[in-house]
Design a protein around this ligand. Structure first.
Ligand SMILES: NC(=O)c1ccc[n+]([C@@H]2O[C@H](COP(=O)([O-])OP(=O)(O)OC[C@H]3O[C@@H](n4cnc5c(N)ncnc54)[C@H](OP(=O)(O)O)[C@@H]3O)[C@@H](O)[C@H]2O)c1
Length: 257
């Protein structure tokens, strides 16, 4: 049986991935902050899929988060075959008006934490010459988004980081995949007060669908997965259009202006 470490499992895309991996017979290490939800999730997955489930309740923006996780993994004496870097959140609005403390925490979670955790997990995978890393970016990885400046910049980092690692491990047993969902129906938009935006009113995908599309592609070792035609088109046009046009269109999506 393989072991899967997934961050951000108490809701949304991470929860859907945890269920998919468990359903495929993998043991799961759940990581999020909400201990009560994690306890319930552990019981549900164990009873439903007869796999072993561990959980770590911790705020991943804390400086010692990676040490905390690695200590647990060593104490449990388990390997990690899949790493899903999923936990994330948004703080949207005009950059001059958004909360800098939240933005720094976002940078901590999306950039520092992912970088540190991946560095500590890779040697375990290298020892076995086998493993999968799935990084959750966003269509925003491709689009410098007005009203979402810091979020889209952190997701651009994840894209660049993931693509570079894909190149480093191309001829090994380690696979690195970047998943770039568009608007997805999770708690994400409501937490960031974005539910009213045009972005979250059209072509919003369910998290189960995102996972259904992404899972087999990740197993095959695809470098990039953009789920859904609408999101693929969004990314395509963002690449070919001048930035001032993408800026204008993104502003409309984010503010209706
Ligand atoms: N939903 C979308 O439209 C969308 C689009 C593109 C990309 N994404 C990306 O998809 C990923 C998952 O988002 P989602 O839509 O599933 O959002 P979600 O429903 O809000 O879930 C986010 C998960 O991350 C965990 N989390 C957040 N901050 C954390 C922290 N400081 N420490 C530990 N865990 C933390 C939350 O758990 P706790 O609160 O229990 O800690 C929760 O389980 C994110 O990386 C997001 O950027 C989402």
């Amino acid at each position: 049986m393989k072991n899967v470490l997934i961050t951000g499992t108490t809701s949304g895309i991470g929860r859907a991935f945890a269920e998919k991996f468990a359903c495929m017979g993998n043991n799961i290490i759940l990581v999020s902050r909400d201990k009560q939800k994690l306890e319930q999730q552990k019981l549900f997955l164990q009873n439903q899929y007869h796999v072993t489930v561990f959980f770590i309740a911790y705020d991943l923006t804390k400086e010692d988060a990676v040490d905390f996780i690695m200590k647990k993994i060593y104490n449990w004496n388990i390997s990690v075959d899949f790493l899903v870097n999923n936990a994330g959140f948004n703080e949207c609005g005009l950059f001059s008006e958004t909360d800098i403390n939240k933005e720094i925490k976002m940078i901590d979670l999306h950039i520092r934490f992912i970088t540190q955790l991946t560095k500590r997990i890779l040697p375990i995978m290298e020892k076995n010459n086998s493993g999968h890393i799935l990084n959750i970016g966003s269509t925003g990885s491709f689009i410098p988004s007005p009203f979402d400046a810091v979020y889209s910049a952190t997701k651009a980092y994840i894209m660049s980081f993931s693509n570079a690692l894909y190149g480093e491990y191309a001829n090994t047993g380690i696979k690195v995949t970047l998943l770039c969902p568009g608007a997805t129906k999770t708690e994400f938009a409501q937490k960031a007060n974005m539910e009213h935006t045009l972005l979250f009113r059209f072509a919003v995908m369910k998290p189960d669908k995102v996972v259904k599309i992404a899972y087999p592609k990740m197993i095959k070792g695809k470098r990039l997965v953009i789920p859904g035609l609408y999101n693929k088109l969004l990314v395509f046009f963002s690449k070919v259009m001048p930035i001032r046009i993408t800026n204008k269109l993104t502003l409309i999506m984010m503010t209706g202006r």
